[in-house]
Ligand binder design. Structure first.
Ligand SMILES: Nc1ncnc2c1ncn2[C@@H]1O[C@H](COP(=O)(O)OP(=O)(O)OP(=O)(O)O)[C@@H](O)[C@H]1O
Ligand SMILES: [Mg+2]
Length: 143
């Protein structure tokens, strides 16, 4: 398997298309014959990060790259940034509005789930600038 990379543009408040990028990612990985357990973890992490960009950010990009050893997901957005990353990482912490909660989001489980799904998880956020989340899932030999 060679190196493959895709970029997906995510728009703020675009609930119509929310989830599209992560389902495309899932499809790509299926076509590559990646292990279904790893696909599930990537799909969950990609979905959570995509929804967060729609709900909490001003928009951004999700990039996925696949090499013979690993899958890397990088989500980069253009603000507003996360004030307290340690707090945001806690299960149950959410700043989602009542309107967003009525839509079924805002349990405060997205970031902790991403961390659980990834073999490595790195988050960098600057107030007023944006957030970058880098996640990596290792592939088993021969996939
Ligand atoms: N890209 C982002 N930009 C700005 N703030 C963010 C971003 N992603 C997460 N946050 C902040 O971190 C909090 C926790 O995120 P997390 O995904 O864990 O929960 P949630 O999105 O509020 O709820 P859930 O994911 O369970 O629907 C959010 O409520 C928000 O305040
Ligand atoms: Mg979330």
């Amino acid at each position: 398997m060679g190196n493959i990379a895709y970029d997906f543009q995510i728009e703020k408040d675009d609930f119509e298309r929310a989830g599209e990028a992560s389902s495309k990612i899932k499809k790509i990985l299926r076509q590559l014959g990646i292990d279904s357990g790893i696909i599930r973890r990537v799909a969950i992490a990609a979905y959570e990060v995509e929804i967060n960009l729609v709900i909490h950010s001003l928009g951004g990009t999700i990039s996925i790259s696949i090499d013979p050893k690993s899958i890397m997901i990088i989500a980069k957005d253009i603000g507003p940034g996360i004030e307290n990353v340690e707090l945001a990482m806690k299960e149950g912490y959410s700043t989602a509005s009542d309107k967003i909660r009525e839509m079924g989001f805002g349990a405060g489980m997205g970031l902790p789930n991403m961390k659980k799904c990834a073999d490595s998880f790195y988050i960098e956020s600057i107030i007023g600038k944006g957030t970058i989340i880098t996640m990596k899932m290792m592939l088993k030999d021969g996939e």
